[in-house]
Design a protein around this ligand. Structure first.
Ligand SMILES: NC(=O)c1ccc[n+]([C@@H]2O[C@H](COP(=O)([O-])OP(=O)(O)OC[C@H]3O[C@@H](n4cnc5c(N)ncnc54)[C@H](OP(=O)(O)O)[C@@H]3O)[C@@H](O)[C@H]2O)c1
Length: 267
C-alpha cells in the first residue's frame, strides 16, 4: 500500500466492528472508530495504534438520532479527515414482536441499519470515485436470505435491503476502483444476543458448530471487499443454507421461519 488510507467503521465498540478494526489496522489502514460508548472505542484505538503504528480517531455518535449522518460527516470533516473506506456495521435487533416493540425502537433500527448506511455511502462515495479508490463493506446477515424473521420482523427485510443495496452499488462502481461488498454472517459470538436479550434461547436452540467467531467473520469480510466480491457468506454451512433458502418454496420457508421464531420464543 502506498498512501495511508482511512477506513470509517460504525459500531466499532464491540463484536464484528471491533474485529474489523483489528483486521484493517493490521493491514496498515488508519481508522475512524464510531459508536455510542467512548471507553471501549478509546481502549480499541490505543490497542491498534500500539500494535500496528496506525492512527485511530474516535468519534462518539448515536446513529439512531435523525440527523446522525449529517453530524458524523461534519465531525469527520472538522477533523480534516478523508474517508477512503466505510464499514456500515452498527446494528441491533428487536425480538419482541412487531406490535409489542415501541415505534421509537423500530425507527431507531431503521435509522441505524438502513438510513445511515445509505446516507454515509452517499456522502463519502463520490470522493472515493474521484480518487479512484474506495471500499464499502456493508454488514448484512444470513437473515437477509430468509423468507421471514418472525418476531424480529424488521431485521430480515433490513438485511435483504442491505444485500441488494450493496449489489446495486457494486454494479455502479465497476471499473472505478471502488469495491462494495455485503458481508452476510450467520450466528456469530458477539454482544448482539446479550443486547437483544435472547442469549439463553439462541444458546439452547443452536449447537456450537453453528456459531462463528467475530474474528473469522471480519477477516473473510475484509478479504472479500479487497477482492471486489459483491457478497460474502462466511462458512460453508451457511453458504449451503443460503442456497437452500433461495430454492425453497415460500410456504415451506415461512413454516421453517415460524418454527425458528417459536424455538426462540419470539412469537
Ligand atoms: N452476532 C450475530 O450473530 C450477527 C449475525 C449476522 C449479522 N450481524 C450483524 O453484525 C453487525 C454487528 O453486530 P455484532 O454482532 O457485532 O453486535 P454487537 O457486539 O452488539 O455490536 C454492535 C455495535 O453496534 C453499535 N451500535 C448499536 N446501536 C448503535 C447506535 N444507536 N449508534 C451507534 N452505534 C450503535 C454498538 O455500539 P454502542 O453500543 O457503543 O453504540 C456496537 O459497537 C450488526 O449489523 C448485526 O446485525 C450479527
Amino acid at each position: 500500500m502506498t498512501a495511508r488510507r482511512t477506513i470509517a467503521i460504525t459500531g466499532a465498540s464491540a463484536g464484528i466492528g471491533a474485529a474489523l478494526a483489528r483486521v484493517c489496522a493490521a493491514k496498515g489502514y488508519d481508522l475512524i472508530l464510531i459508536a455510542r460508548r467512548e471507553a471501549p472505542l478509546n481502549a480499541l484505538a490505543a490497542e491498534v495504534e500500539g500494535a500496528h503504528g496506525i492512527k485511530a480517531h474516535v468519534i462518539t455518535a448515536d446513529l439512531a438520532e435523525p440527523d446522525a449522518s449529517q453530524k458524523l460527516v461534519a465531525a469527520v470533516a472538522a477533523k480534516g479527515l478523508t474517508v477512503d473506506g466505510l464499514i456500515n456495521n452498527a446494528g441491533f435487533s428487536n425480538t419482541k414482536g412487531f406490535v409489542t416493540t415501541p415505534p421509537e425502537a423500530q425507527a431507531a433500527m431503521l435509522r441505524v441499519m438502513l438510513t445511515v448506511p445509505v446516507e454515509l455511502s452517499r456522502a463519502w462515495m463520490p470522493g472515493m470515485q474521484e480518487r479512484g479508490w474506495g471500499r464499502i463493506l456493508n454488514v448484512a446477515s444470513m437473515a437477509g436470505f430468509l423468507q421471514a424473521t418472525g418476531g424480529d420482523t424488521l431485521y430480515g427485510p433490513i438485511k435483504s435491503f442491505m444485500i441488494r443495496f450493496s449489489q446495486g452499488l457494486w454494479i455502479e462502481n465497476r471499473g472505478k476502483g471502488v469495491h462494495v461488498t455485503a458481508l452476510c454472517p450467520g450466528y456469530t459470538y458477539t454482544e448482539f444476543h446479550d443486547v437483544n436479550g435472547s442469549r439463553d434461547q439462541v444458546s439452547k436452540a443452536y449447537p456450537k458448530w453453528m456459531w462463528l467467531s467475530a474474528e473469522r467473520v471480519a477477516q473473510e469480510g475484509w478479504d472479500a471487499v479487497e477482492a471486489d466480491k459483491p457478497r460474502i457468506i462466511p462458512g460453508k454451512r451457511y453458504r449451503v443454507l443460503a442456497t437452500i433458502s433461495k430454492l425453497m418454496p415460500d410456504r415451506i420457508g415461512l413454516n421453517t421461519a415460524a418454527k425458528h421464531a417459536k424455538a426462540l420464543e419470539r412469537i
